[in-house]
Design a protein around this ligand. Structure first.
Ligand SMILES: NC(=O)c1ccc[n+]([C@@H]2O[C@H](COP(=O)([O-])OP(=O)(O)OC[C@H]3O[C@@H](n4cnc5c(N)ncnc54)[C@H](O)[C@@H]3O)[C@@H](O)[C@H]2O)c1
Length: 329
């Protein structure tokens, strides 16, 4: 059962995780099962894969259902918690699939809110630090409204999430649904796709294969990176609490992209050089969560230092590359 350090709102025995075969979703499914919560994972494998949850298939409390949540959502039996995590999340993915991204943020959110309403379940939306856009306030607290270009390339993701937040808020105020919104900042760890275009897997893949690490712009733009175990713990704290959010979950440990690339070169012992490439359009210049609300409401703060999280992630990528090489050779 999910217990909260903050005041617990309800007992959670059975949860639905949309996007459960993705990076974050698979870690959520794993952690829920570890806490004796049954899990129904809904995924259409657009950017995720059954491989991410293959180790859970034998667990009696786990069910994987192939389903596109923009079509319809039907789950028989009781449900205490709906975690809506389905959505392309890396810029490479959502730029390739702009309409799918807007549909899962709009129709997918509508359908999953309908499920929570039918079942009387708590609902948690995976929102993102991208709702702050290219921020004019630094670090970003939850009451900052953001600086987003709706017709820029990133608008498909940012506005999908902003619409989702508005819809969740409307279901809370006008339909009485128990909802929570978590604004997740850059999270990394095992089971990220090496080719998903996000900086950490890209740098690690480049470093491990001896290719140049491609840093956008002059590398002075910053990100704050949070290890997946910390992010998942924060999400489950919010799920187990009665709080509506939005709550920022992220590690305030802010570093420049150039420093990150240099760090990964050191950790992998690689001799790869660093190469500078064009900065993507509307790329945020800075990003750091103000986590006061998460600390006060959920007693949550990240505990895995970046040095340790990056080391674990590099080890995981190195081991999976070795496995793939052995299987194909
Ligand atoms: N990873 C991060 O740093 C981060 C940061 C902020 C927010 N988020 C949010 O967390 C969620 C998960 O992100 P992730 O990094 O694990 O991405 P991911 O791409 O690994 O996972 C997303 C999952 O959603 C599934 N999916 C997409 N469209 C679907 C649909 N219509 N129906 C059913 N399943 C569908 C995909 O197949 C995939 O398994 C997303 O909503 C994302 O916006 C992630």
């Amino acid at each position: 059962m999910v217990h909260s350090a903050a005041r617990s709102a309800r007992e959670i025995r059975r949860a639905v995780v949309t996007g459960g075969a993705g990076f974050l979703g698979s870690h959520l499914c794993e952690q829920l099962l570890a806490r004796d919560v049954e899990v129904v994972c809904l995924d259409n494998f657009l950017t995720g894969s059954p491989e991410n949850v293959v180790h859970l298939m034998e667990h009696p409390g786990f069910r994987l259902v192939r389903c596109d949540v923009t079509d319809y959502v039907h789950v028989p039996g009781p449900v205490d918690l709906v975690l809506h995590f389905a959505s392309p999340a890396s810029p490479l993915d959502y730029l390739k699939m702009p309409v799918e991204t807007l549909k899962v943020g709009s129709l997918g959110t509508l359908h999953t809110l309908g499920l929570a309403k039918d079942k009387g379940a708590r609902y948690v939306l995976a929102s993102t630090s991208e709702v702050y856009g290219d921020p004019l306030v630094h670090p970003q607290p939850e009451d900052y409204w953001g600086n987003v270009n709706p017709v820029g390339p990133r608008g498909v993701y940012d506005e999908a999430k902003r619409f989702s937040e508005a819809l969740v808020t409307a279901y809370r105020s006008s339909r009485g649904i128990d909802t929570g919104i978590v604004r997740i900042f850059n999270t990394y760890g095992p089971r990220m796709r090496p080719d998903d275009g996000r900086a950490i897997p890209a740098f690690i893949g480049q470093a491990l294969s001896g290719r140049p690490l491609t840093v956008a712009g002059d590398g002075s733009q910053t990100r704050s990176i949070c290890y997946v175990d910390d992010t998942v713990r924060g999400i489950l704290e919010l799920a187990a609490s009665p709080h509506p959010g939005p709550v920022n979950i992220g590690n305030p440990d802010e570093l420049s992209m150039l420093r990150l690339a240099e760090w990964i070169v050191e950790l992998t012992g690689s001799s790869s050089p660093i190469e500078f490439i064009d900065l993507p359009v509307d790329d945020p210049k800075v990003r750091r969560p103000d986590t006061t609300r998460a600390e006060e409401l959920l007693a949550w703060r990240p505990s895995v230092p970046s040095a340790e999280g990056l080391r674990r992630t590099v080890d995981w990528f190195a081991a999976s590359r070795e496995l793939t090489a052995r299987q194909s050779g």
